[in-house]
Each structure stands twice: as C-alpha cells, then as structure tokens.
Write a protein that binds this ligand. Structure first.
Ligand code: NAP
Length: 282
C-alpha cells in the first residue's frame, strides 16, 4: 500500500505514524512545501521517502493535510493525477468550501471529505503523535459521493486507528464546528492578547500563569497560518458565534456593574452542566 501524505505536520504526520503501526507493509511518501519539515519527517521516521506530485500516479491513498485555503488548489490537482482506484482523503477543519470546489470534478468519487476532531496546539512533523486519533470522532461529509469501495477502505483505516465516525452534511459541519472549535480558538487568542497588553512584564505573566490561565490560553499557541484561512472560509458562522459570545460577556459585565452576584452565581452554576456533557462523551 503506497500512502502519500501531502502536508507532513501534526495531523498528516500523526496519521502516517498510526498507519505505519496498523499496516506494517505500507510505504509512506511525503510531500511538503516546507523542505525542513520533509527532512525532519524523514529523520523522525514519520515518512519513509520524500516524493513529488508526478509520483502520485502510484498512490493507493493520498492524505491531504495542509491549510484549508491551500487545499482548494491542491486537491483538484491531485485528483487530476491519480488513478481511478486511488482514495484521496482531506482532513481540513472546514468542509463546505472543499466540497463545493470538488462537486463537478470528474474524479469526485475518489475523494472523501473528513475532519478528525483531534489535535494539539503544535504544528509540523515534530508535533506528530502516535495514537492521536484513538477514541476520537472523525466527521465524514457527503459520504454518498465517494465510490463505495473507497469508502470501505477509508472506514477500515479509521477503525484500525481507533476513530468513531459521524456523518454530517458540510453546511451543518461548518455551523457546529464554529461553536465548539473555532470560537474556542478566538476566545483563547483574545484572552492571550488581553493579558499580554495589560501585563507588560512577561515575568509576571509567567509567575502567575498557574493552571487556569495556562489551560485557557493553550490554544493561543496555535498556528496563525492554519487558523486564518479557517476563519475566512467559515466567516459567517464564526461571526454568528462571536455575536452570541460577546453578548454573554456584555451581560456578565452588566451584572457585575449592578452587583447582581446571585445571578452571576446562577449563570455559572447552570454552565457547570458542561461537566456532565463532557463526561458523557468519554
Ligand atoms: P501543520 O502541522 O502546520 O502541517 C501542515 C504542513 O503542510 C506544514 O508542513 C506546512 O508547511 C505544509 N504546507 C502548507 N501549505 C502546503 C502546500 N500547499 N503543499 C504542501 N504542503 C503545505 O498543520 P496541521 O495542524 O497538521 O493541519 C493540517 C490540516 O488539518 C488543516 O487543514 C487543518 O485545518 C486540519 N486539522 C487541524 C487540526 C489541529 O488541531 N491542528 C485538527 C483537525 C484538522 P509550513 O509549516 O511551512 O506552512
């Protein structure tokens, strides 16, 4: 099995490691615009060999794991090169743009649109982790548009690396993910910005950054190159989530100004329900 990974970073690299473990016969080829990342991936054993686009003709599977704006150019080119039996999987964090871009491509049936809900705030091949996807959900969109045999191949891989599957249409995916993922990143970035602006002394931030701040601001370490195109592609949904979030912050501020601490208590208590929701998912 020849597996080509385009974009050997956190997600592509982690999948390459899991595929190697589950399919010891698999040969992993890497393509990346970042030459340093290709060399690192070779050294770390994330890929076996570097490759070029022309070689995609010999691919069994192509995993495209690059920023969502770049995908819109790269995936049609990949589909133009591959054979009729090759499966092309994307892992992008938005789904409507890529599904629309590919809807009339002659090789649409070779493509599967997915979004693994797994990750960390780190990027590049050094961030790749074995077992990252174990017990995590993979959202698959427009599965009926992918050839049945290729769907089966993809599902076998996802099952072997421990993922559970949810099916969703791309529009619903982008709407829901704006709340649970995209808003969390904006909230974390802006929390980090607020504290950096207010606390000029970095040593003070470091010394007082105990548990709460550090865990809440973790996502602000994420890559702007990956997140800017996500916000751009999901602009309408993200703005809607921001409006709701800002209105909650405004309400909290007003309650503080009016000394309505009982109401503040009640709001926090009802939000504690998030514990049950998250435990239910484990
Ligand atoms: P990453 O660690 O930054 O890896 C992406 C790699 O692709 C980098 O080496 C990057 O090089 C390279 N690259 C950029 N443009 C390219 C192009 N046109 N052709 C070939 N290589 C290119 O990113 P990631 O976190 O794995 O994210 C990859 C995809 O997974 C994104 O679509 C993202 O939305 C999705 N995703 C991410 C997460 C997460 O938590 N991170 C979770 C689920 C899905 P440079 O570093 O030089 O740009």
């Amino acid at each position: 099995m020849n597996v080509f990974v385009i974009g050997i970073g956190l997600i592509g690299g982690s999948m390459a490691l899991d595929i190697q473990e589950q399919y010891p016969e698999a040969k992993i080829f890497g393509i990346d615009t970042n030459k340093k990342h290709v060399e690192e991936a070779l050294k770390l054993g994330v890929i076996h060999q570097k490759a070029t686009f022309e070689e995609l003709k010999k691919a069994t599977i192509v995993l495209v794991s690059i920023p969502v704006d770049a995908q819109l150019d790269v995936i049609p080119k990949v589909l133009d090169i591959i054979t009729d039996d090759t499966l092309v999987i994307d892992v992008g964090s938005t789904k409507e743009s890529i599904c629309n871009t590919l809807k009339n491509h002659p090789k649409r049936r070779n493509f599967l649109a997915t979004h693994p809900i797994a990750g960390t705030e780190f990027s590049g091949p050094k961030a790749a982790i074995k077992g990252l996807f174990k017990g995590k959900t993979n959202i698959i969109c427009e599965v009926e548009k992918t050839a049945f045999k290729l769907q089966e191949k993809a599902l076998e891989i996802f099952s072997k690396i421990g993922m559970r599957i949810r099916y969703m249409d791309p529009i619903s995916h982008d709407k829901h993910i704006a709340y649970v993922s995209h808003l969390s990143h904006i909230s974390s970035f802006m929390l980090g910005k607020t504290v950096i602006e207010k606390e000029q002394n970095e040593r003070d931030i470091f010394d007082m950054a105990g548990s709460g701040f550090e865990s809440t601001v973790r996502l602000a370490k994420s890559s702007p190159a990956m997140w800017t195109p996500i916000f751009e592609q999901n602009k309408t949904n993200v703005i809607e989530t921001l409006e709701k979030y800002i209105s909650n912050l405004e309400e909290f501020k007003t309650l503080m100004q009016q000394d309505k601490f009982n109401e503040i208590y009640q709001k926090m208590e009802s939000t504690n329900h998030i514990k049950q929701i998250l435990n239910g998912l484990k």
